[in-house]
Structure formats: structure tokens, C-alpha cells
Design a binder for this molecule. Sequence first.
Ligand code: C2E
Ligand code: CA
Ligand code: CA
Ligand code: CA
Length: 277
Amino acid sequence: SKNAGKNRYSIFNEEMNVRQLRRMGLENDLRQSMDTNQLFIVYQPKWDSQHDRLVGMEALLRWRHPELGLVSPGEFIPIAEETGLIIPITYWMIGEVCEQNLNWQHELKVFVPVSVNMSARMFENPLFAGRVERIVRQSGLSAEYLELEITESIAMNSMEGTVEQLKHIQSLGMRVSLDDFGTGYSSLGRLDEMPVDIIKMDQIFVRKSDQSSKQAIVSTIIAIASNLELELVAEGVETAEQEAFLQSRGCYLMQGYYYGKPMTVEQMNEWLKEKVL
Ligand code: C2E
Ligand code: CA
Ligand code: CA
Ligand code: CA
């Protein structure tokens, strides 16, 4: 009936409003989050499953909202990107990660690179690489212990200067890894020209690695990494079965809940004492 249609319409409208209001609220609150210590960093181990040793960590951003509690990165990162807030947040994060990594080196004698995720927005600034260089130098951390993760769309971006910025980063001794590999629109044909050292195979291939069609893709990604002499990390490894399958195809570097979830510094210190030291 006409009425039912009208009701549906207004319910739809209300949902839209709830969503838009939440978004607008989050956008406002995110502006204050940095100054009020609501943002913090968690660290997830990268594990060499062949030699049973820690080979790195990924730094991931968390936001504890005073009323809403933890807001998922899937919700707030896009807002941070659209508003440009991701830019100061990322520079802050690089500084924090350098400082924390130095602490692990000094206090626990743990020496592994820690990676930070880069939004495309970082590369809009031609001074990006120079700014990263300065932050790292001021921290006193040796550049080889910082890694940047970029997505395929950044790597394949013909944006003036992106490749040069990445080469600048590499020339300092930092490594660049290509995140979520296999999900982007990128043409494989140019992967060899990209300034990247590592590829991270997206979780989707690991999660569905019981399907033979996905197994074929996993094998192909492993062959590509090997032929281009790129290091390969499998993401999202949750089970012994997934580990065994990846190993059987020649992939040994892993990241996922099976080895360790993203952890606060305190949790990571405990984890390191238990698993690594
Ligand atoms: P990502 O860079 O692909 O990060 C890996 C995501 O997979 C993380 O989600 C991590 O918690 C999750 N993960 C790790 N192991 C497993 C596993 O075994 N199973 C499952 N199901 N998930 C696993 P998180 O922390 O929620 O981050 C989601 C995305 O948000 C990240 O995906 C990244 O794109 C973005 N993000 C997070 N922190 C930052 C940041 O500091 N800067 C930027 N630009 N983006 C960030
Ligand atoms: Ca990442
Ligand atoms: Ca990823
Ligand atoms: Ca992602």
C-alpha cells in the first residue's frame, strides 16, 4: 500500500540520519582525539614459521572514544583520510613507533623492524619522504628498523613523485611493503618496476585456502614473489592448517592471530618475554 511505502521511506531516512549523525560526531571527536590521548598504537608480530623467530611487527592504530569505547579502524580510518587528519596522525605514529622500537632494543634487546601503514594522502606532499627521514633521524632509531606499508593503489599511482618518494625512503635503509596484495586493481605487469621490497598476501587467500581455486592463486603469488626476489608475508593466518598449507607451498613468513593478535605495549612486553626472550 501507499502507507507501507511511505513508512519504509521514512525508516530508511531515519537510518541514514543516524549514520550521518554518527559520522559527523566521529569526525568532530577525531579532531580532538590526538590532543586528549585517545589514540594509541597496538603491535602485531610477524613470525618466521620456519625458524620460529620474530621477524617484525606491524603498528596498528586504535581509537578509544570517551563515550563509544573502541571505534574500529574500518570506521574511523576512512574519516581520518577524508578529513586529512590521517596526515598528522601518521607523522605522530611514526615518531611513537621509532621511540617504542628503541625501547625494545634497549630494554629487551629485541631488534626487529616495525611497519607503519601509509594512506595515499601522505604522498600528496612532496616533502613526505624528507619529513619521515627527519622524524627517524631525530628519534635516533636506525632507519632499517622502520618499514612503510603501502597499498597497491599507491604503488601503481602515476602521481607525480610517488615513486621518487618511495625510492628516497628506500635509500635511507627503510623497506617498503605492498599491503593487501592480490586485492587491488594493479597490473601485475608493472610490479617489477615498483619500489617495494616485500609483499603481503591478503588475508582473503589465507582464509579461503581450503578452496583449490584459491590455492592456485596462493601458489602463483608465492612464485611471483620468489621470481621478483621479494620477501613474502602471509596475512591473517589463524590456524595450524593454514600455516601447514602455506609452508607446503613455500611461504614461511606469517602474520595472524595464530602467532599473536595486535597488542598494546604492555601486552607485547609480556608476549616477548614468553615467546621470544
Ligand atoms: P591492514 O593494514 O591489512 O591490517 C591488518 C588487519 O588484519 C588488522 O586489522 C589486524 O588486526 C587484522 N588481523 C591480523 N591478523 C588477523 C587474523 O589472523 N585474522 C583476522 N581476521 N584479522 C587479522 P585492524 O587493526 O582492524 O585494521 C584494519 C585496517 O585499518 C588495516 O588493514 C589498515 O588498512 C587500516 N589501519 C589500521 N591502522 C592504521 C594506521 O595506523 N594507518 C592507516 N593508514 N591505516 C590503518
Ligand atoms: Ca597493513
Ligand atoms: Ca593487509
Ligand atoms: Ca587493508
